[in-house]
Ligand binder design. Sequence first.
Ligand code: ZN
Length: 338
Amino acid sequence: MFETTIAGSLPRPDWLAEPETLKGAWKLSGVELEDGKRRAATEWLRLEEAAGIDIVTDGEQFRAHFVHGFLEKIDGIDWNKKTVMGIRDNRYDLEVPTVTGPLSRPGPVHLEEVKFTRAQTGRRLKFTLPGPMTICDTIADEHYGSRPEMAMAFAEILNVEAKDLVAAGVDVIQFDEPAFNVFIDDVNEWGIATLNRAVEGLECTTAVHVCYGYGIEQNLRWKETLGGEWRQYDAIFPAINASAIDQVSLECADSHVPMALIAHLKDKEVMVGAVAVTPDRVESPEEVAATIREAMGYVDADRILPCTNCGMAPIPYEVAAGKLRALAAGAALVRQSI
Ligand code: ZN
């Protein structure tokens, strides 16, 4: 009970990439870079195991960005044709590549890194992929002319990719959909349908991570506009609860999301975010335990997976490591007390 896991990325070490920033540039190249990514992933796995994390990840050490790391190997995208796009409903501008033809996947994208990671640990392994709606909010379209149609094309590609990763030994596939609580009407109209397509026939546990984003400045400013109580999930959790996904995440630590919202997820396992993405403070095990106990007021204990709130790529390495230790220690405290 209270098996711990990780919602997304972990910081890349400062010898591998520019630290404490999103998409920090690689510091190595060629064979050295590939070796470095493997070493960084292995070091996180050892740290996760030592901390007591039950369902481990590679911490996304192999990619600089969770969406573009996947898109780099997909055909139909022109990387030289950059379009400035106001993403997450114009929260910030990003120069993004452009879809100029039919999308296809000439071969597996993340298979080699998963094979490597699988061989490094005996624990259950989770792998994260960007969700179809979030991909479509991070790329320009000159071919499909319809976001739902382009999202469905990505969903089909993600599904084939996920099947390859499950065959290589992944136990949990998580799709990241931070765009879900921005485009609420779209989630209900076509977002859930594309997510269901992405997990169709997967013989593993499936998860979706919906979130309010990393602790970067643009997100922090946006969060200030949301008021004291963030209730966006009220409008999308009923549909997510009716989806084919097994597990759903919620950032519960140090956020304005009312914990009561997880009561919508009555048919799901809930990844209870019990450590925040704050760069300057590590929660105590007692704080983690208090968050888990609060969640137990709304969700049966056997459906709770204590988890990180969101990706921790932009925070200091040692802070993230401390948060993983606190997460596992907090879950152990609750386990001992019931
Ligand atoms: Zn997130």
